[in-house]
Design a protein around this ligand. Structure first.
Ligand code: NI
Length: 204
């Protein structure tokens, strides 16, 4: 859902700054609500081992929640934008593993290198590529299953000191591994809600 590095955006301002989608969204409050069905990302007020486990559980559940969100949709429903001017349901489904593959790589870099600088990607442009526009969603559902099996295994293996390790975003500077964890907890819920909210609105 976001452009250069949606995942880097700690604040609404940053999300908008780096997102072609959000540039359009920022023009209207009503549209903005559709864009952020569960609200903007924010770090938890208090980070604790229990709160981290909750986030890991949510990440573990993301593939099955995405499957449930799209269950029974026809091709024409999958090719419907979740909001006016927004991505289609299909693009959203393909975006999530695109994003989480990047997140998985960023986590591994943060765990194995000293303050690695991560590589942003133009997610709005990725969403316009042929696979994102027209591949069967099952491909990305299976991809998400696989990525999350490894992502979650990795998250569950971390000790408290690992969550303080640092990665560097070229525009946003230093961020701890904790930030990645909570961002991707939010991100799966965020995109699932785009689909479930559309279904509610359309009565699908
Ligand atoms: Ni996104």
């Amino acid at each position: 859902m976001e452009s250069l590095f949606h995942a880097a955006a700690l604040t609404v301002a940053n999300v908008r700054r780096y997102s072609a989608e959000n540039v359009r969204v920022a023009q209207g409050r009503a549209t903005m609500d559709l864009r952020y069905p569960i609200g903007d990302f924010a770090m938890p007020a208090q980070v604790s081992p229990a709160r981290r486990q909750q986030a890991i559980q949510e990440i573990a559940a993301t593939p099955s929640k995405m499957r449930a969100a799209v269950k029974g949709l026809s091709d024409s429903q999958l090719d419907t934008p979740y909001r006016e001017g927004g991505w289609t349901v299909r693009q959203v489904v393909h975006h999530v593993p695109d994003s989480h593959l990047n997140a998985y790589v960023r986590l591994k870099l943060a765990l194995t290198e000293d303050k690695p600088t991560i590589k942003p990607y133009n997610e709005a442009a990725w969403a316009e590529l042929a696979d994102s526009k027209s591949a069967p969603i099952e491909v990305s559902q299976t991809l998400l299953d696989s990525v999350h099996i490894r992502f979650v295994q990795l998250w569950r293996s971390l000790k408290s000191e690992h969550f303080a390790r640092i990665l560097v975003h070229p525009e946003h500077g230093e961020r701890p591994v904790d930030w990645l964890l909570f961002l991707y907890e939010w991100h799966g819920k965020h995109h699932t809600a785009h689909i479930t909210e559309l279904r509610k609105k359309r009565g699908w």
